[in-house]
Design a binder for this molecule. Sequence first.
Ligand code: KG4
Ligand code: ZN
Length: 326
Amino acid sequence: MLVLGIESTCDETACSVVKDGNIILSNIILSQIDVHKEFGGVVPSIAMREHCKHMLSVCKLALTDAKVDIQDIDCIAVAHGPGLTNCISIGMSIAEAIAMALSKPLVYVNHIHAHIYAALMLNSIATFPVLGCVISGAHSSFFIINSYLDFELIGETIDDAVGEAFDKVASMLDLGYPGGPIVEKKAHLGNRRFKFKTCKSKLGKLYFSNSGLKTQIMYKLREFDKPFSDSLVNDICRSFQDTVFEDIVYKTKYAIEATGINKVAFGGGVINNNTLRRILLDNINGELFFPPNKLSVDNAAMIAGLGYHRYMNKKFDKEMPTARFR
Ligand code: KG4
Ligand code: ZN
C-alpha cells in the first residue's frame, strides 16, 4: 500500500512516498531556511509563496526518487494542521487536487501527532499505551497515545514552545536563525554561569512556560556591553539549554509517574539536539524512542506513515488539533 505524503505547515516544503506505513521509499524536504534567514524567523506570506513555487516539483521528485508512478499511489495524506494557515492551504489544495484528479482516497493528518509517529515508525512497538512528547519550534506537548488514532493531550505550552525559545535566545545573541543548532554548539563550549529558571503553570506540571526564561536572559544581557564576548555567549547558551532540558526531564519523569506508562516517544526539531537525547537517556528510567535526525524536523514521511493508519482505519475526517492555545 503506497501513500504519498504532503507537508507544508511551516517552512519545509516536503513530499514522501511510504509503503505500508513504515517503509520510506522517498523523503524530499526543501527547507526554506535560507529564504527566511535575513528576517530572523519564518515570514508566513513568504513561506506560502515558496510552497506555491516548489510543492509540485517536490512531489514529482518524491515520485521519481521512489521509482513509482503517480498512478501506483493508493492514497494521499496531507498535514492539515496545526501550523501556518496560509501554508497549510497550499499543501491541502495540491493534495485535494491530486486525489480528485486520480480518484484516490485522501486522508488528513495532524502534524504534531505525526512528529511522534516519526519516533515509532521505524521501531516496532510492542504495545500501547505510549507517552508522546513533541518538542518543536511551535509546540511542546505531552500525549497519552492509546493507538495511532487516539492521541490524548495531557500537557502543552502556554506561551513559547521550546524551539521558539531557542530561536529567540539565538536572536538576542545575534546568532542567526534557526537558533537551535547554533545554541547547542555554543552551549558545548560554555559553563552554567547563570541561574535561570522556567516558569510553572497553574494548569499543571505538564504545561510548559518558557517566555519568562527568555525575559530573564534579556535582563541578564543588559548587564553587559555589546559586542558580547565569546565566553558570555557560550555561558548564556549553556545556562539556558541546561535550564530548559532540566525542565523537559522533570516533566517527562512526572508524566511517567502520573500515568504509569514508561514508554516515551519523542519528536520535533529540538529532539535533534544530541545533548538533549543523551540527558534523556541518562535520566529517564523507561523505554525511549527517538526518530532518526531526518525525521525529527518537519517532513512528509511521518505524514504518509501516519496517513497509512488513518486510511486502514477509514478515518477520512479532519481530526482537529487538540492544542488548546494554538
Ligand atoms: O519540528 P520543527 O522542524 O518545526 C516545527 O514543527 O516547529 O522544529 C524546528 C525547531 C526550531 O525552533 C529549531 O531552532 C529547533 O527546532 N532545533 C533545535 C535543534 N535543531 C533544530 N533546537 C535545539 N537544538 C537543535 N540541535
Ligand atoms: Zn513540526
